[in-house]
Design a protein around this ligand. Structure first.
Ligand code: NAD
Length: 265
């Protein structure tokens, strides 16, 4: 792949999109070619850098006018991700997919896209969470009889719950115990749900203020408990991980890759 890597940011005015734009603009590995946002958003047509000069890059509503690209970095909405996926598949562009809250059909589409384009899909692009996932796999397998609860906290504007990261942690722990999350997950308790079912994996979601993202995997045994906690205090960590994935993905063979592949841990 010749540098710089030509990228588009999907969801460019969002909390994550802005973090990606800030880092990408200061990084010589990347040439920012497009910034896509929701159709109808007030920033459509406004200059991305804030300076209104002829030829300045402007926020675009959709992919109709997109130039040649190597990689799309997506932190938008499920509908935004689906539109980016259409563009990437039609034009052979690689995709770094960070949006969470995907339904089963979109998850499947993303997996199937790996037959035609290179995709990195991660519910959490932080290195710390990648290591937390590994530690949880090991703990869940080593302590099979212990009750596992996953507690996550996010800012008050997050739309999906539990977080994609919490679900990915649950899936990893269930697999480490030879189970599936579908069979073991308990997403809500209210009234008199009865005693805890052995082997189940409980989830709790806290929403408030500007919390960037916290995940606790709590393993409770008899007379002792183990807590594995990750706290993100700056969303630049996700942007950095996503850009590391974009640089790694450019020019790579088609397929669906994970953050573990990128970090080669
Ligand atoms: P946000 O609400 O601040 O921003 C969403 C952005 O998407 C906005 O720019 C909006 O204009 C844009 N958008 C909406 N519809 C669109 C469409 N159809 N096409 C293109 N753009 C569209 O959200 P956020 O906090 O930046 O989070 C975005 C997503 O990223 C969420 O799903 C969140 O859970 C996820 N996220 C993932 C990670 C990770 O590491 N994978 C980290 C943080 C957030």
């Amino acid at each position: 792949m010749t540098l710089p890597v030509r990228i588009a940011v999907n969801g460019a005015t969002g909390r994550m999109g802005r973090a990606v734009l800030d880092l990408a603009r200061a990084d010589a590995r990347f040439a920012l070619r497009a910034a896509v946002i929701a159709a109808g958003a007030e920033q459509v047509g406004a200059p991305v850098a804030g300076v209104d000069a002829p030829g300045a890059l402007r926020y675009a509503a959709g992919w109709g006018e997109a130039p040649g690209l190597d990689v799309v970095v997506d932190f938008s909405t499920p509908a935004g991700l689906a539109a980016a996926l259409d563009h990437c598949e039609a034009h052979g562009v690689a995709l770094v997919a960070g949006t969470t809250g995907l339904d089963a059909a979109l998850e499947r589409r993303l997996q199937q896209a790996g037959a035609r384009i290179a995709v990195v899909h991660a519910a959490n692009f932080s290195l710390g969470v990648a290591v937390l996932t590994r530690a949880l796999r090991e703990a869940a397998a080593a302590l099979p009889g212990w009750d596992l609860e996953i507690i996550e906290a996010h800012h008050n504007r997050k739309e999906d719950a539990p977080s994609g990261t919490a679900l990915a942690l649950g899936r990893a722990a269930a697999a480490a115990r030879g189970m599936t999350l579908e069979a073991e997950a308990v997403y809500a308790r209210e009234g008199r749900p009865g005693a805890r079912r052995t082997g189940s994996i409980g989830f709790a979601a806290v929403r408030g203020g500007d919390i960037v993202g916290e995940h606790t995997a709590l393993l409770a045994g008899a007379g002792e408990r183990l807590e594995l906690v990750h706290r993100a205090t700056d969303r630049a960590i996700f942007a950095r991980g996503a850009l590391a994935a974009a640089a790694w993905l450019a020019g790579r063979a088609v397929g669906v890759y994970t953050l573990d592949d990128v970090l080669a841990m």
